[in-house]
Design a protein around this ligand. Structure first.
Ligand SMILES: [Fe+2]
Length: 296
């Protein structure tokens, strides 16, 4: 345990925005959050909760309530952990910033979810390039109360440890699955499509874009298709994948992926905005505003 957690952010250099990785686990320095930090949380919490009415998965909002998250103050990890331990046995741990992949996978495989301890500055309210406390706590933590989703996250961690030992390509395949589900997933619920992806619920613009814009594709969940699909890190997604239920997600990812990686390697990747034969197309995107380069 480090007594003095540091705010560790990507660094802007002449090579662009370079990730800084840190492996330290820290106690949440709750009493050192400033009034400004709590105000930033309050602003973001109120704004997103208002925006997410009728947009976020019911489960997502219900679980925030179960945790007792509110605009009043930055939640304390230990209070959230008391709720989480009883529900699914997951545990939040404080971290200083982005973790190296293998450390991240290992935490998930052991039902520990790393949460960045610091919150963005007021001038970063609308956009920050990397996960901060708001993204991690508001976006990721609520669904850890869902037993099926909680198991999925652990299975992902175990799969990550395994893929890491297979090849960089296998890891890229698996990372796409996380991206298009945990970060940018949509779910069918009574009343229509809803958001469950953390990257969306913590973004003002994308919360609207993913459901209301005609530009992006919305396609039914397909494991192998997703694992071939490139994605965007600098703009809204060109394609969102829609699940029917968290059970569907869990079932699809139960088998060992090892044999899949070999066949995926032979097929090559799919550009982020393409529709291909066999897609279950919920909405074919107009592609308006897409940049032709930049898929990763
Ligand atoms: Fe995230």
């Amino acid at each position: 345990m480090s007594a003095e957690p540091r705010r560790v952010e990507h660094q802007q250099t002449d090579k662009g925005n370079v990730p800084v990785y840190t492996t330290a686990i820290v106690e949440q320095p709750w009493s050192s959050y400033s009034a400004e930090d709590h105000a930033t949380w309050a602003t973001l919490f109120r704004r997103q909760r208002e925006l997410l009415k009728g947009r976020a998965s019911r489960e997502f909002i219900d679980n925030q309530e179960r945790f007792g998250m509110s605009a009043e103050a930055i939640p304390r990890y230990e209070e959230l952990n008391a709720v989480l331990a009883k529900a699914t046995g997951w545990q939040l741990i404080g971290v200083e910033g982005l973790l190296p992949e293998l450390d991240f996978f290992d935490h998930l495989a052991n039902r520990r979810f790393p949460v960045t301890w610091w919150i963005r500055r007021p001038d970063q309210i609308d956009y920050i390039a990397e996960p901060d406390l708001f993204h991690d706590l508001f976006g990721h933590v609520p669904l850890l109360l869902n037993p099926v989703f909680a198991d999925y996250m652990q299975a992902y961690g175990c799969g990550g440890v395994k893929a890491h030992g297979i090849s960089a390509e296998a890891l890229a395949n698996l990372t796409r699955l996380y991206w298009y589900t945990v970060e940018f997933g949509l779910i069918r619920e009574e009343g229509g499509l809803r958001i469950y992806g953390s990257g969306i619920v913590s973004s003002k613009g994308e919360s609207i874009h993913c459901l209301d814009s005609a530009a992006p594709n919305r396609i039914g969940f397909d494991l192998l298709r997703i694992m071939r699909t490139r994605y965007r890190i600098d703009t809204y997604q060109k394609t969102y994948f829609v699940i029917d239920s968290f059970d569907q997600l869990m079932q699809a990812t139960l088998p060992d992926f090892t044999p899949l990686y070999a066949s995926l390697a032979a097929q090559g990747s799919i550009p982020a905005g393409d529709i291909i034969d066999g897609d279950d197309v919920v909405h074919r995107g107009t592609g308006e505003g897409w940049s032709s380069e930049g898929d990763v």
